[in-house]
Write a protein that binds this ligand. Structure first.
Ligand SMILES: [Mg+2]
Length: 270
């Protein structure tokens, strides 16, 4: 059915992997049986291989077309849920635009034709200055201003993770109730309080394109777990992609190439 690295798994891991993979068949059955589903997709590590920095990802040339076909077959019930700003998602998937939640739900576009709405005011300029000082003091930390949030990437200097976290946590009392920290793949996100990928999924699921459909969230990162739970609470599924956070044994997909092959298959039966 699919190329899994099952030969490297043993015993209970193999059984866990088989259970994790079964969900793919369930969703194929729903689609083939004309039960409406809604797809929610993370980008980095899910649709695209993670790169050394966010701007150096490789985008397969047929990705936008594949998602466009799927979105049309699902009557628009396909949304990107990403930590990136929506403008960046658009750039990666040009020329097409999809419903999307960007910066972990701090900005949103509820359908392919809607406008991007920021759901939060921009950050306190003083906090921005403090964060820049943190990045400047730690060579190898790449600060990314996403408007609604700020990311501190430590992929170039993984040894700095602990001291980066301690330094950022120390800033919280200075800005009470103004931001929260969210860890991801070699990144610490500074986000406005009250936003998450789970909240984003719940919100999107209330709009006409997504309502009354079985939600399916696919993701590879810690921040996606919240969206998995949101999808499950709505009677749907959260599906893990193996990588730095999820082991092969608990994931239904080996990596982005595996996800894309499955989505292609899904677009043909939808
Ligand atoms: Mg990801």
């Amino acid at each position: 059915m699919q190329q899994l690295k099952d030969d490297t798994l043993h015993g209970t891991d193999r059984a866990r992997r088989e259970r994790a993979v079964q969900v793919r068949g369930k969703i194929e059955q729903l689609v083939a049986g004309r039960t409406p589903i809604a797809l929610f997709l993370d980008i980095d590590g899910t649709l695209l291989d993670v790169a050394l920095t966010p701007s150096t990802v490789h985008v397969p040339p047929d990705l936008a077309e594949l998602l466009g076909t799927l979105s049309a077959r699902l009557s628009g019930a396909l949304a990107i849920i990403t930590g990136r700003p929506i403008s960046e998602a658009d750039h990666l998937l040009k020329p097409l635009k999809f419903a999307a939640a960007g910066v972990h739900g701090a900005e949103m576009r509820v359908s392919t034709t809607a406008k991007v709405e920021p759901l939060t005011p921009s950050f306190n300029p003083e906090l921005h200055i403090d964060l820049k000082a943190v990045a400047d003091a730690m060579p190898g930390i790449v600060m990314e201003d996403k408007g609604a949030g700020i990311a501190m990437h430590y992929r170039l200097a993984p040894e700095l993770r602990d001291s980066l976290l301690v330094t950022l946590e120390a800033l919280i009392p200075k800005y009470p109730g103004q931001f929260t920290l969210c860890e991801g793949r070699k990144v610490v996100e500074i986000l406005p309080v009250g936003f998450s990928k789970g909240q984003a999924l719940r919100q999107l699921a209330g709009f006409p394109e997504f309502a009354n459909r079985v939600p399916v969230m696919i993701g590879d990162d810690i921040a996606d777990i919240d969206a998995f739970r949101a999808a499950e609470a709505l009677g749907g599924y959260g599906i893990k992609v193996a990588g730095e956070n999820f082991a092969d044994a608990e994931a239904a997909f080996n990596g982005p190439a595996d996800v894309l092959a499955w989505l292609k298959n899904l677009s043909q039966i939808a």
